[in-house]
Design a protein around this ligand. Structure first.
Ligand code: CO
Length: 138
């Protein structure tokens, strides 16, 4: 069911410092910070050949990554995002197998404008999983 790895999201305490680390120390192609107020984060996209790294920092009140940063003050991996061809079919299959979909179970528009869902980390080895409908032929 899952296809490509789309991105790994890392919450960071200092976005400029983290962007410089990826740009200068790791030699990656790094975007300018993109504020995504509807998602409560500012994101820097690190472009790799086969996937992206998204550096996330809380934006505004009640950011979904604020508590993560409180628990992990030096930052850490927040979620991984896998592509699926059909997000509704994927959700239905997962729920039939007892996996919990977060929220009301309806896909929301993600950071790339495509439908996404999140799966409960306790059902997946302690890892928060985002599913994104790829629109690719798989
Ligand atoms: Co994501």
């Amino acid at each position: 069911m899952i296809g490509r790895l789309n991105h790994v999201a890392i919450v960071v305490p200092d976005l400029e410092e983290a962007a410089a680390l990826y740009r200068e120390t790791l030699g990656a192609t790094v975007s300018d910070p993109q504020p995504l107020p509807e998602h409560g984060v500012t994101t820097v996209f690190v472009e790799l050949e086969n996937a992206r790294i998204e550096l996330l920092h809380p934006l505004g009140e009640a950011s979904p990554v604020e508590n993560f940063l409180v628990r992990n003050p030096s930052g850490g991996v927040h979620h991984v995002c896998y592509e699926v061809q059909d997000i509704i079919a994927a959700r239905d299959q997962l729920e039939r197998r007892g996996a919990r979909v977060l929220g009301n179970g309806e896909p929301k528009k993600g950071a790339h404008g495509k439908p996404v869902l999140f799966l409960h980390p306790k059902d997946f080895c302690g890892t928060l999983i985002e599913l994104e409908e790829s629109g690719h032929g798989w």
